[in-house]
Design a protein around this ligand. Structure first.
Ligand SMILES: O=c1ccn([C@@H]2O[C@H](COP(=O)(O)OP(=O)(O)O[C@H]3O[C@H](CO)[C@@H](O)[C@H](O)[C@H]3O)[C@@H](O)[C@H]2O)c(=O)[nH]1
Ligand SMILES: [Mn+2]
Length: 745
């Protein structure tokens, strides 16, 4: 009951009579198989670990002991990761909603009000036109307009973004009625105009309007400033006058601009428009702003002063709505009393991306994280929060289901009813106050109330803390993606993003709220393990690094470190290898993936293990001992034509030098050299194939996976090839490693 207010009467009605289904759930067909397989695989792992321990105890030389120890540690870590993956597989469920039945259960006037939060942080990495498209796509939801309020947080503090929104507010007067009248599905104008090419004359008119807005916004962004000719009214002039000479991104006062107010502003057909509010919180170099988490908390407070809707949708600036009935799907759950009594905190939609190439070169789809794992968690206490495409019950930000935490100002509480117009002076005054950069000092914001601080992955961390408090969540994954976002398309962008995630996750993993201690205590073993599986992602880098170098260096010297093909231990290895790979493949393909995409997915795991996870682990350690700090480096959403072309061809984009490429390139070289040398040992008869088979297999898989790297080093001449400097440094370091190994082994 606590999660949502304002709908109790309707809900009771819904339970008493024979109402049609609003949603159903079905257990996955894989459940039994997964459980049996988990039991068998666990036994095999235990046997393997015993084997390693025995080998370690009986090793005769120092080198052999070192190798056994390295393998034991790696396999132990892999085993722990495997165990932590099991919660995702033990009780997967699939849900379905029936929004068409909603009308039979609840009147439209009883629909819950919705506050939408959109975050942007940099007008050059996140083009304002794209942000405006995101806003337009949700303003045009098939939902009573007077119940929608869109709040945009601009951490870039940019007049360019405000200008784009002023233009969007004008365009909305035409766009919203057009969508309604023509039942448009793509309600982001950009998506609509690029995917359709036969238009009525009316659509043609709207397109001309959109194009002119696009040109104006893009011109302004290109020039980097707003010319006088773009400012039309007195109100606009007053808004832009806040950008005085001393106004910088890091140091500026709060700017809040109500661009549309739903009781006043109407579209061209005389329908009310949704609220649209631009917020750029106060910034000061001396106060920490806590990145996106800080921005969201400001929006939580500002929206509380203006509309305080019980439901909040959070969106990143690059995530457009792709289906106008999405909020109705959410209501299908919120109007089910059984769900509500389970203390529902949030409903998470998966992140889906547009513009991913055919075989998804960098596995940017994140099938496991965004599609497979949430289905698994949905059968337990619910999916993790992934930052965007998530509908929260506002109440969930204010303490656990049975312990309401009141904020310092009662008007910010989840049950406060706003009874003043949003432009009225007291509302605007309070809104400015709560957006101040020192407002949170000595309050519970960020620690117990709102989005939680302390991790670069505020999404994962906040969802985790809410679930620890007792809130549950639901995974809603309709066939037509509810939202579509941008995924990075160059390797450097991919790796930098992943490094940020890796560090942020470790921050949680090693905090006093670690999933393996606090998490398991609060949510039980399975949920705690599941959060740990994600939290300790970067640990993958240890076994991956060991397996990328150790067997290969031993192979180079004809040194056999795995069981002979004729031994029964060999079968154990084969079972473990094929079992893990096979199950991963099955999960991937059954959730709609193709074989090539799976192949690229397993490749990118190895690449990440040698690059961003390794660097993330190191940087996190440095940070822990106070040597460095990491900020939130926003991923670029701007596309370069040449890069896009190469991406479409499926080529890896190296281009600019990055230290992260070095270990990857060293591994590529070592795997190739060791494979060639190992084959020579065997062909020349100096070693038996039997003894080196497993190592040859590992080096072989390494070489096949590294193909794009060899290509980028020697075969390509385009701008995306491996930078020469990286190739030279890596070759030099690889030679050193080879020499050292031949001395030691
Ligand atoms: O100081 C900041 C930094 C970022 N952002 C916004 O945060 C969002 C996500 O940033 P992005 O660079 O796109 O990061 P991604 O790695 O693509 O995002 C994923 O990871 C983030 C956590 O690292 C989550 O916040 C996101 O929801 C999730 O999609 C964007 O809308 C940014 O505008 C801010 O508002 N303020
Ligand atoms: Mn993003």
């Amino acid at each position: 009951m606590d999660g949502v207010r304002g709908c109790s009467t309707t809900t009771n009605k819904a339970t008493n009579c024979h109402t049609p289904h609003l949603h159903t759930l079905e257990p996955s067909r894989l459940t039994v198989f997964n459980r049996v397989f988990a039991a068998a695989y666990s036994c095999a792992i235990l046997v393997l670990l015993c084997h390693h321990v025995l080998k370690l105890i009986h090793s005769t030389t120092l080198a052999a002991a070192f190798i056994s120890l390295a393998l034991l540690i790696s396999d132990l870590l892999l085993a722990l990761i495997w165990a932590a993956t099991q919660p995702f597989r033990l009780r997967p469920i699939h849900r379905k909603e029936f929004p068409e039945n909603l009308g039979k259960v609840v009147k439209e006037s009883d629909y819950l009000a919705l506050d939408v939060f959109i975050c942007t942080a940099d007008p050059y990495k996140e083009p304002p036109l794209g942000v405006a498209n995101t806003a337009l796509s949700v303003m045009a939801y098939d939902y009573p307009t007077e119940k929608i309020s869109v709040y945009v947080s601009d951490d870039g503090g940019s007049q360019l973004t405000l200008f784009a929104f002023m233009e969007a507010a004008k365009f909305a007067r035409h766009w919203l009625p057009f969508c309604r009248q023509h039942n448009v599905v793509e309600r982001s104008p950009e998506a609509y105009f690029t995917s359709n090419n036969s238009w009525t004359s009316e659509a043609e008119k709207i397109k001309t309007m959109y194009d002119s807005m696009k040109i104006r916004v893009e011109n302004v962004v290109e020039r980097g400033k707003l010319g006088d000719e773009y400012i039309t009214g007195e109100e606009e002039r007053r808004a832009f006058s806040k950008w005085t000479d001393g106004f910088t991104r890091q140091e500026h006062p709060t700017v809040i601009q109500v661009l549309l107010e739903n009781s006043k502003d109407k579209d061209i057909t005389d329908h009310f428009l949704p609220n649209l509010i631009y917020v750029s919180r106060q910034k000061s170099r001396t106060s920490p702003h806590n990145f996106k988490a800080g921005a969201l908390n400001v929006l939580l407070r500002v929206s509380a002063t203006m509309t305080n809707a019980p439901i909040i949708l959070t969106l990143d600036c690059d995530m457009c709505s792709n289906d106008p009935i999405t909020p109705l799907r959410v209501l299908c759950y919120l109007f089910d009393p059984q769900i509500r009594s389970k203390q529902l905190g949030y409903i998470q939609f998966p992140q889906h991306f547009h513009g991913i190439n055919k075989n998804d070169t960098y596995a940017g789809e994140f099938k496991r994280l965004f599609q497979i794992n949430p289905v698994g968690l949905d059968g337990l206490s619910g999916p993790t929060h992934v930052g965007t495409g998530c509908f929260f019950c506002r109440r969930a930000f204010f303490g656990g289901p049975s312990t309401l935490l009141s904020p310092e100002v009662p008007a910010l509480g989840p049950y406060h009813v706003v009874d003043r117009p949003i432009r009225s002076q007291p509302v605007m005054e309070l809104a400015h106050k709560v957006a101040g950069c020192n407002y949170e000092n000595q309050t519970k914001w960020g620690s117990e109330i709102g989005v939680r601080y302390g991790s670069l992955v505020e999404d994962y961390y906040t969802g985790y803390r809410l679930q620890c408090e007792g809130w549950t969540s639901i995974f809603c994954n309709p066939k037509r993606p509810a939202f579509l976002g941008d995924a990075p398309i160059t390797l450097v962008d991919v790796l930098n993003q992943q490094k940020r995630w890796a560090i942020g996750l470790l921050e949680v993993g090693f905090s006093k709220f670690s999933p393996i201690t606090f998490g398991i205590r609060s949510m039980g073993l399975l949920m705690g393990l599941a959060y740990a599986q994600i939290g300790f992602w970067a640990i993958w880098s240890i076994p991956i690094t060991v397996y990328s170098f150790l067997p290969q260096l031993a192979l180079l010297n004809g040194f056999s470190i795995f069981p002979l093909v004729s031994e029964s231990w060999f079968l154990l290895y084969i079972f473990l290898f094929l079992g893990a790979y096979g199950q991963d493949f099955l999960d991937f393909v059954l959730s709609g993936g193709t074989v090539q995409r799976w192949w690229n997915d397993q490749r990118i795991w190895m690449i990440r293990g040698l690059t961003c996870y390794l660097f993330g682990l190191v940087e996190f350690s440095l940070k822990s001992i106070g040597i460095s700090t990491q900020g939130f480096n926003v991923t670029s959403k701007v596309l370069d034509d040449e890069q896009s072309k190469r991406y479409e061809q499926g080529l890896f984009e190296f281009g600019v030098p990055s230290p992260m490429f070095v270990p990857l390139t060293i591994a590529a070289i070592i795997n190739l050299v060791s494979l060639v040398k190992g084959l020579m040992w065997v062909l020349l008869g100096r070693s038996k194939l039997e003894g080196l088979f497993v190592q040859l297999l590992i080096a072989g898989i390494g070489v096949v996976n590294c193909w794009p790297i060899y290509e980028a080093m020697v075969l390509r001449s385009d701008k995306g090839r491996m930078p020469l400097r990286t190739t030279i440094i890596s070759t030099f370091l690889a030679s050193g490693l080879l020499a050292a190994a031949s001395l030691l082994l």
